[in-house]
Design a protein around this ligand. Structure first.
Ligand SMILES: [Zn+2]
Length: 320
């Protein structure tokens, strides 16, 4: 029998990543299409179906080759029904029946989960998780996403909202406003946006140093600027990194004290800062973790980068 393939889709606000993946989790073909969120997002599923048809045609293959499609979508998802509860940036109305629509458009069985959960599954299957069955994945990007895997499966919670690590309250009083409506969420500190926000706040108090110079010259700064200048010893940047590492290390320690996972994997653009962030995070983690947890739970940087989502989505198509 010829080898059958899985399709992994990672639906983002601006681009949609697609991949044909084999049963061993290896990517055979991957490509991207722009996400068209005009007209309340009505073209999104049609465009995905067309992209798959076009790619199969290009490879001179038919749909029999494909077993099923897994997709990671932003926002909380009902895994059983494939309904996305709410997503602001895709234009969809609340309770969007994504799985049903995609099954009609593609004539394939479809399974949908939250994108952060898919990233966690991807890291478990083929990435830094390296087969660990108890794993927590924290994606530090524009926001902060989380996925909790216990005993080899994603923890969904009663309403699909388990693992919302970005919305752990880190600053209980007087914290910054979060997109979710609360204040003081971890996301307002440890995301790229949160790091920039902290830096700009500190720059109001001190105009000395490399970061202040960059801000004056360019009119804006990025999280990467903060890490780059911290490496050069910039005092403002070092203080932002230190505060970020304190809140992140504390949150990770509390998660680990609850779950004692084998690994906590940090992914997303911010994790590319590497040791300058990882070392103080691990230091704070060690301070706040229960001794037995401290000795057994390891913190690592993700290894799959942008592929984690499609690989995790394909894992769902294979296993669910
Ligand atoms: Zn929040």
């Amino acid at each position: 029998m010829a080898e059958k393939w899985l399709i992994g889709v990672d639906l983002g606000g601006t681009t949609t990543k697609l991949a044909f993946i084999n049963y061993y989790g290896e990517i055979l073909h991957k490509w991207e299409i722009p996400t068209d969120n005009s007209g309340e997002g009505k073209n999104i599923t049609i465009n995905i179906a067309k992209a798959i048809d076009r790619k199969l045609e290009e490879l001179d293959l038919t749909k029999d080759k494909i077993i099923g499609l897994g997709m990671g979508a932003p926002g909380p998802v009902n895994l059983a029904t494939g309904v996305v509860y709410n997503t602001v940036n895709l234009g969809w109305k609340d309770n969007y029946p994504l799985k049903d629509l995609l099954e009609v458009e593609t004539s394939l069985p479809v399974i949908i989960d939250n994108d952060a959960n898919c990233a966690a599954l991807g890291e478990m299957w083929k990435g830094a998780g390296n087969g660990a069955k108890d794993l927590v994945c924290v994606t530090l990007g524009t926001g902060v996403g989380g996925g909790v895997i216990a005993n080899g499966d994603i923890v969904q919670g009663v309403s699909g909202a388990a693992g919302e690590i970005g919305h752990i309250t880190s600053v209980p009083l007087g914290g910054a406003q979060c997109n979710c409506g609360k204040t003081g969420c971890l996301e307002t500190i440890a995301s790229a946006t949160g790091i920039v926000r902290q830096a700009i706040e500190k720059l109001q108090l001190s105009e000395a140093g490399e970061l202040a110079k960059l801000y004056k010259e360019n009119g804006h700064i990025t999280a990467k600027d903060v890490f780059d200048t911290a490496r050069l010893g910039d005092a403002t940047s070092l203080s932002v990194v230190s505060d970020t590492a304190l809140h992140l290390g504390l949150a990770l320690a509390n998660i680990a004290n609850t779950l004692n996972p084998e690994k906590i994997v940090l992914g997303g653009g911010v994790s590319k800062a590497g040791d300058i962030l990882l070392k103080p995070v691990v230091g704070n983690f060690a301070k706040f973790a229960f001794p037995r947890v401290r000795e057994s739970t390891e913190i690592d940087i993700a290894t799959l980068e942008n592929d984690a989502g499609v690989i995790g989505a394909a894992w769902l198509a294979k296993n669910k």
